[in-house]
Design a protein around this ligand. Structure first.
Ligand SMILES: *Cc1c(COP(=O)(O)O)cnc(C)c1O
Length: 349
């Protein structure tokens, strides 16, 4: 049976060029990275810093670890941090900010990931008042997963920088899919990242590496982050073997490939919009398509029926299903998916 796996861009597997790069490694190109002695990891970190436009970078095991080391490095236990209410850090990182960072988390509402600065200002604590914890960091997610892979424009990140500066906060950018934002806007990624104090992005999503993420920022920030990575068990020794995939992933032509995923997502989105069915297809900026059922239905029944015909997807709420395009998906897969989704939705809605 044909399988079209639209659950996530995390299911991607490496390209032939990536395998070539890994196969050409030898013992001279790996070393103990905890001692800073893995040349391939060092090269990846230098390349990543350049590409993302920061002084230094750090290879981490996952996006979750990258976000956590960023929070730990820029706050103190007992501080309050501001997270968007549907953000990955708030919803999907097991409450690590509280459990491990000892941080108070306050969420802020947004219009598809974009905050209202009047509302934000009201959330800032009074530093002079000894009763209150200090607010010391704000995070922004770009592209924003639960808002449908929406792009937060550079002007917004700039405004957040101004706001952060005014209120003496650090600005963290959860850029798990930041290259999707850059490619979607057709701007250099540094146009977005330049306003953030710390940036995390994933190699293991649209960039299709098997494992790993990058954290970037100032040299001082990265040296702190390196200690926290060690604390969290992320010191990986001869990690050049996995870093080698990342070096290929950061080549301009591989980053540009994300445009294919966006094209396929638009195709899916348009195909689903053309169906005469009680669903809302949310706007598609990048590689994520979200459909919302406008009638009451048991969403897991739809997911199960889709799985039976080889279409894999996740429901992200009781009404919404998320489809993600990636390196493993082509135009034929999309056309097949539209056909099958139509048949199933007609049966259940
Ligand atoms: C996937 C994701 C992460 C976490 O990455 P993992 O490598 O899965 O831990 C963080 N933030 C966002 C927005 C994500 O989509």
């Amino acid at each position: 049976m044909k399988i079209v796996d639209l659950r996530s861009d995390t299911v991607t597997k490496p390209s032939p060029e990536m395998w070539e790069a890994v196969k050409s490694l030898d013992n001279r190109m790996i070393g103990d990275d905890v001692e800073g002695e893995d040349p391939t990891v060092n090269e990846l970190e230098e390349t990543a810093a350049k590409v993302i436009g920061k002084e230094a970078a750090l290879f981490v095991t996952s996006g979750t670890q990258g976000n956590l080391v960023s929070l730990l490095s820029q706050t103190n236990p007992g501080d309050e941090i501001l997270l968007e209410e549907l953000s990955h850090i708030y919803k999907n990182e097991v409450g690590s900010a509280a459990r491990i960072g000892g941080l108070m988390v306050r969420t802020y509402p947004s219009n598809k990931g974009v905050p209202s600065f009047d509302q934000l200002q009201k959330l800032i604590r009074d530093r002079e008042d000894i009763h209150e914890p200090p607010t010391t960091l704000i995070s922004v997610e770009n592209t924003h997963n639960y808002h449908g892979g929406v792009i937060i424009r550079p002007e917004v990140i700039k405004d957040m920088k101004v706001f952060s500066h005014k209120n003496d906060l650090k600005l963290h950018l959860d850029g798990a899919r930041i290259f999707n934002a850059a490619v979607g806007l057709n701007v250099s990624v540094t146009e977005i990242t330049k306003y953030a104090d710390s940036v995390m992005f994933c190699l293991s999503k649209g960039l299709s590496c098997p494992v790993g993420s990058i954290v970037a920022g100032s040299k001082e920030f990265i040296s702190k982050a390196r200690r926290y990575r060690k604390m969290l068990g992320g010191g990986m020794r001869q990690a050049g073997i996995i870093a080698a995939f990342g070096l290929i992933a950061l080549e301009p032509k591989w980053i540009k490939r994300l445009a294919d995923d966006h094209k396929n997502a638009k195709l899916l989105s348009q195909g689903l919009k053309n169906l005469y069915l009680p669903i809302k297809v949310h706007p598609t900026d990048t590689n994520i398509v979200i459909i919302e059922m406008l009638e009451k239905v048991r969403i897991l029944k739809i997911i199960t029926a889709l799985n039976k015909v080889g279409i894999l997807a996740f429901n992200i709420s009781k009404e919404k299903i998320r489809f993600v395009t990636h390196y493993g998906i082509n135009e034929d897969d999309i056309n097949y998916s539209i056909e099958q989704i139509e048949l199933i939705l007609k049966k259940y809605l």
